[in-house]
Design a binder for this molecule. Structure first.
Ligand SMILES: Cc1cc2nc3c(=O)[nH]c(=O)nc-3n(C[C@H](O)[C@H](O)[C@H](O)COP(=O)(O)OP(=O)(O)OC[C@H]3O[C@@H](n4cnc5c(N)ncnc54)[C@H](O)[C@@H]3O)c2cc1C
Length: 570
């Protein structure tokens, strides 16, 4: 059987994946890199990032304050040496992006402009109007095209990691256009598969954010770190979940309850609208519960008001938000307040990886939102994720190229057998199964509703225990799922089934790890354990796959260098 073989294989064509591919060939021009993506790379979720990318570039800013803000924002669950390296590399990467053609918004003197963002003590978020992700992804994508060493496999869906003798040697991928299963082997593999927001019903994440890479690594034996840490962004549009960027508050927008009151004065009096996301999401939820939210057809909401900024500022700095208001709500944000409510947005947890992106599985690396390198801890600060993809994507690319240059080649024999087994598994489980009476859609919707209810902004033992049980029931129903489309070409039903399989896996890990963390830290707010408990839980959770739904949990120390944990108030 033939298979493609590379030195480095990147799974994911978003910001982290493309940055990793470029870094690998720049580190060693002889390295051959493959890049697999289930969608055309420019459709990766990065493209929808709006607000900006943080880096201590400006005069008056410093690495120390960016590090401290990030660590305080993480509720002291970040690994501090990782944060310290990150803040030093972020400006280098932002300038690199400029050289690759990213059209940053500018100051009148031509320098890169920055805007304020939540939880940051100073203005440090670089932006390209309010379409930052679109421009950054374009810049890295067009740069990647000049390297003949990078070969793309677009619209190929990875279903399994090939692991031989505890070493990752490639992937099995379903070519979506032909329906063929291919083994793509490599001396090292980088997972850059993005987030998992679609396990929730109400999320800002695109349809493709289904946690595939986390589930792939978990099943291959890697640990998933801090999966209970799920970020809720305060300002999503009711019903669609479309994000209204934090830049709206950065530029001076107000959050108002139904009494017209800037209620954040009761929760984050010194920061107000520029408080961190976890605290503002809890403040909004509390206001809703106490009857001070607006009631709408899609539940409770608040007003986000930018009318006082004026049309000129809105059109220059937030043009896309005006467009969203017009297209999706039929309002003009110049004259109308925007209805918003907290919405799942980002996954702090992910594949356990070190500062170079190495996972405990030899040859397997991870970067970007699917990874947890220890940067974000319990709560990521807005605008730290895009630079995270650059800094740690590049680090993983370099490390994977370095490892590949001395690793032994991959042998055909076991790969053939593994490819055959995986192709048979998918065919038997989905395409050839007769008689199952369950459907993908209802199971997915129920999982999403359960996740919203049990693992949302606030959590309890009862809610999480119910969630664990119900996810178990959904897994049993999933075993009986039937697929009607038996064609090979662009079989989107089988892709939906494979994604649901991954989502049920990672959703369970979220539920079990959240149940086990009996404290409140960062985005993980337990009603029954409202305090942070450093004595027992200043620790990373590590979840490992077992033969049951319940993961085996281990805990590891948080690396603290400069900043001792303090009470977190804003
Ligand atoms: C609406 C929105 C706005 C945001 N705004 C900001 C912002 O302003 N600032 C900020 O810092 N962060 C922001 N974020 C967060 C940030 O954009 C993301 O965390 C980041 O872009 C993730 O990049 P990534 O490269 O890790 O993954 P993605 O860009 O999600 O890419 C994942 C890639 O993996 C591929 N893939 C996944 N599964 C498979 C599979 N099974 N087989 C093959 N390929 C696969 C996909 O095809 C895709 O190419 C925002 C997020 C959202 C949702």
């Amino acid at each position: 059987m033939d298979f493609e073989s590379y030195d480095v294989l990147v799974v994911g064509g978003g910001l982290a994946g493309i940055r990793a591919a470029i870094a690998a060939v720049e580190a060693n021009p002889r390295v051959r890199v493959g890049m697999v993506s289930k969608v055309y790379p420019m459709r990766s979720h990065t493209v929808s990032a709006e607000g900006g990318a943080a880096a201590a570039l400006g005069p008056g800013d410093s690495f120390e304050t960016h590090a401290f803000d990030t660590i305080k924002g993480s509720d002291y669950l970040a690994d501090q040496e990782v944060v310290e390296a990150f803040v030093r590399e972020a400006p280098v990467e932002i300038i690199q992006m400029e050289h690759w053609g990213c059209p940053w918004s500018r100051n009148p003197d031509g320098t890169i402009a920055v805007r304020p963002f939540g939880g940051m003590t100073t203005w440090r978020t670089c932006f390209a109007a309010d379409k930052t992700g679109f421009h950054m992804l374009h810049a890295v994508f067009q740069t990647s095209l000049k390297y003949p060493q990078i070969t793309r496999h677009d619209e190929a869906f990875v279903t399994k990691l090939l692991v031989e003798d505890s070493r990752c040697v490639g992937v099995v991928a379903l070519d979506i256009r032909s329906g063929r299963f291919d083994a793509i082997t490599a001396k090292s593999v980088i997972l850059a598969t993005g987030g998992l927001g679609r396990v929730y019903a109400f999320t800002t994440n695109g349809n493709i954010c289904t946690g595939d890479g986390m589930a792939l690594a978990y099943r291959a034996g890697a640990g998933l770190k801090d999966m209970e840490m799920v970020q809720f962004h305060p300002t999503g549009l009711p019903f669609t979940g479309i994000l209204i960027t934090e830049a709206v508050r950065g530029e001076g927008g107000y959050l108002l309850n139904k009494d017209g009151e800037r209620f954040l004065k009761r929760y984050v009096p010194n920061k107000m609208e520029l408080g961190p996301r976890d605290i503002i999401s809890r403040a909004m939820t509390t206001e809703f519960e106490e009857g001070r939210g607006f009631e709408g057809p899609h539940g409770k909401y608040m007003h986000l008001d930018v009318r006082h900024l004026g049309e000129k500022v809105i059109d220059r700095k937030l043009p896309f938000m005006r467009e969203l208001g017009r297209e999706f709500l039929g309002i003009d944000i110049v004259t109308d307040p925007i209805p918003v409510r907290p919405v799942q947005h980002y996954m702090m947890g992910g594949v356990d990886a070190n500062i170079s992106g190495e996972t405990p599985i030899l040859g397997l690396y991870a970067a970007g939102e699917c990874a947890n390198v220890g940067l974000n801890g319990g709560n990521r600060l807005g605008s730290n994720s895009l630079p995270e993809c650059l800094v740690f994507g590049a680090a993983a690319g370099r490390a994977a190229a370095h490892y590949a240059s001395s690793a032994r080649p991959v042998t055909a024999n076991p790969v053939d057998a593994m490819l055959w087994d995986e192709a048979r598994r998918v065919e038997a489980e989905y395409l050839e199964k007769k008689g199952g009476d369950e459907r993908i859609g209802p199971i997915r919707e129920e999982m999403q509703r359960e996740m919203d209810a049990g693992a949302g902004v606030f959590r309890t033992k009862e809610g999480l225990s119910r969630l664990v049980r119900n996810l178990g029931g959904l897994r049993e129903r999933f075993e009986k799922v039937r697929i009607d489309d038996s064609s090979r070409t662009f079989n989107t039903e089988i892709i939906a089934a494979l994604e649901l399989d991954f989502m049920l896996e990672v959703a369970s890990v979220i539920a079990f790890t959240a149940l086990a963390r009996e404290e409140s830290r960062g985005a993980h707010a337990r009603r029954d354990f409202p305090e942070r408990d450093d004595e027992h839980f200043l620790k990373h959770t590590l979840a490992f796959h077992t033969n049951t739904l319940a993961p085996r949990l281990e805990y590891s120390d948080v690396h603290i260098t400069t900043f001792k944990p303090q009470a977190r108030s804003y």
